[in-house]
Design a protein around this ligand. Structure first.
Ligand code: F6P
Length: 325
């Protein structure tokens, strides 16, 4: 058992629905075990600038259902420098913080990994990103909410597409990852999805559209923002050129995917991970991201968690093809 007395808590990188549920779980679990929690605003940036405050039961009341993060978030350039990290460490010492829980994505864990190496501070990470692109967890906090937001939006687009016999190209988030596109694409019955993990063959896409049922009124193509064919507008140009008869429209869903009240799945995931983070720090663990794999809590060293996922489950891609007949 390790003598953890004061856990610093940050959210960092892009926000994700369910981060607040994770914050609540960390704070309440720490208090349960008589450990103090220091909230740090704006991620590593706030750590450098000394934006610290003590957290209690009340500071996390009525937040489990709220999107965003009450601790706010930022992407810090200064933390990438040795001087910046030294300033952050000095601030932690000044506020008697002896351990950290960092909720975020690959940038957050890359920073944490270097910080542990330089200062030896025990840090554990919780996967908080809508992109679901971290190794060592089946799902990240925020992903389920984001794909449900996409499904909700595209169902609405489908109504109007069907009424006008239109083809819609819908762009979803995922600068480096197609996992939002993949699952939401299956969920909305998309005709095709385009993701960065698989090379988009635009001619194969055209063939599929040609082969597709002629009596099908609406068509939905889901494009991940990082796809190699370009964004939705570029794909639309190519489709219009090839099929001038299609009444084609573009819809870019954008940051609505990052907001909103977390789904129950995300709240439960965040709660489980928050409890595990505190208990694991007490057990002396550090340098790991905590996830859930096959229903069980799973630990992955930061260096492995941040390796980019370059492949998606091919059977899910095949499902899109089979079911879009
Ligand atoms: O949170 C991850 C992510 O949503 C990516 O999919 C997206 O490319 C990126 O964040 C955009 O973030 P921002 O607008 O904050 O730069």
């Amino acid at each position: 058992m390790s003598e953890i007395k004061n856990i610093g808590l940050i959210t960092s990188g892009g926000d994700a629905p369910g981060m607040n549920a994770a914050i609540r779980a960390v704070v309440r679990t720490a208090l349960y075990y008589n450990i103090e929690v220091t909230g740090i605003m704006r991620g590593y940036e706030g750590m450098i600038n000394g934006e610290f405050f003590p957290m209690n039961r009340k500071s996390v009341s009525n937040i489990i259902q709220r999107g965003g993060t009450i601790l706010k978030t930022a992407r810090s350039e200064e933390f990438k420098t040795k001087e910046g990290r030294q300033k952050a460490f000095d601030q932690l010492q000044k506020h008697k913080v002896d351990s950290l829980v960092a909720i975020g994505g690959d940038g957050t864990f890359t920073g944490a990994k270097i910080f542990i190496k330089e200062f030896g501070m025990p840090i554990l990470g919780l996967p908080g990103t809508i992109d679901n692109d971290l190794i060592g967890t089946d799902f990240t906090i925020g992903y389920d909410t984001a794909i449900n937001t996409v499904v909700d939006a595209v169902d609405k687009i489908r109504d109007t597409a069907e009424s006008h016999d239109r083809l819609f190209i819908v762009e979803v988030m995922g600068r480096d990852s197609g996992l939002i596109a993949l699952r939401s694409g299956i969920g909305v019955g998309a005709e095709a999805i385009m993701i960065p993990e698989s090379k988009t063959d635009i001619n194969a896409l055209f063939k599929r559209l040609e082969k597709g049922r002629k009596d099908k009124a609406s068509k939905i193509l889901i494009v991940a923002e990082g796809d190699d064919a370009g964004g939705a507008f570029e794909v639309a140009e190519k489709v219009k050129e090839k099929f001038p008869k299609y009444d084609t429209r573009v819809s870019i869903l954008g940051h609505i995917q990052r907001g909103g009240s977390p789904t129950c799945m995300d709240r439960v995931l965040a709660s489980r991970l928050g409890v595990a983070a505190v208990e694991s720090l007490m057990e002396g663990r550090k340098g790991e991201m905590i996830g859930v794999c096959n229903g069980k809590i799973h630990f992955t060293p930061f260096k492995n968690a941040i390796k980019h996922i370059s492949e998606v489950n091919p059977s899910l891609l095949k499902i899109v093809e089979i079911l879009s007949l």
